[in-house]
Design a protein around this ligand. Structure first.
Ligand code: CTP
Ligand code: MG
Length: 234
């Protein structure tokens, strides 16, 4: 049976957040944002080990006490210029420390998606366990879509049929993901599935709820705080 590993890229600067502190360290429900996704993976009985990929210059991680997760957590200071590069470096570094098999599953998850639930995680794993390629959590597009010119005037309305918003985790076999990322010319893609698609494969979309959104702008953090508060009251 293949093992399941989580890899959390957290080497970005959060430019769109407009904050001095990289967004993965902004406080959410009393913890740095990255704590929440780390906890969800560490507490999942299906996940064997969790790899965190930080920037080589990261000064923040060590300011916190991570002992509670120490039996499952490995931290690598090997982040790159882009998310894809961070994931690629993380996969290589992880294989230098652990006996990862080519057919083991890697679940790549943004540090900036703190609201992933245990239920959503196990649904992804269970739905893709027998899949030849793998896939990701995603949400069918709800809003009407407009295509514009550079002047922000509508050129046309796009059909939203069969359009999805990609989330993470994105789950692929170790060897296939490594090869896919190795083949992407600029490593400028913004998710892992794009690399797999570039090899001609068709990853599965696993229907999820929109609450697993990515914290990108300041208002996203405020909404995440509210959702966490509400969950903690249930
Ligand atoms: N990431 C990474 N290495 C990079 C860039 C991004 O590990 N060179 C990580 C981020 O830390 C984040 C995830 O990839 O957890 C998703 O990326 P994104 O939301 O775009 O985060 P940032 O790149 O930090 O934000 P921005 O694009 O606004 O600068
Ligand atoms: Mg980015």
């Amino acid at each position: 049976m293949p093992n399941y590993y989580a890899l959390i890229p957290a080497a970005g600067y959060g430019a769109r957040m407009g904050n001095q502190l990289p967004k993965q360290y902004l406080t959410l429900a009393g913890h740095p944002m990255i704590y929440h996704a780390t906890r969800t993976f560490c507490e999942s009985p299906q996940i064997k080990r969790v790899f965190i990929v930080l920037s080589p210059q990261d000064p923040e991680w060590k300011k916190y006490d991570w002992d509670v997760f120490s039996d499952k957590l490995s931290v690598f200071y090997c982040g790159g210029e882009t998310r894809a590069e961070s994931v690629f470096n993380g996969l290589n570094t992880a294989a230098g420390h652990f006996a990862i098999e080519s057919s083991d599953w890697i679940l790549v998850h943004d540090a900036a998606r703190p609201l992933l639930t245990q239920h959503q995680l196990s649904q992804l794993i269970d739905e893709l366990a027998d899949d030849a390629i793998g896939g990701l959590l995603a949400v069918p597009v709800a809003d009407t879509l407009k295509r514009s010119g550079a002047d922000a005037r509508i050129l046309q309305t796009e059909s939203r049929e069969h359009l999805w918003q990609a989330q993470t985790p994105q789950m692929f076999r170790y060897a296939m993901l490594l090869e896919a990322l190795n083949n992407v010319p600029e490593l400028s893609i913004t998710d892992d599935a794009s690399a797999i698609e570039a090899m001609g494969h068709h990853p599965r979309l696993v229907h999820n709820k929109s609450d697993n959104f990515k914290i990108t702008y300041p208002q996203d953090l405020a909404l995440a705080e509210l959702i966490m508060q509400q969950r903690n009251q249930q």
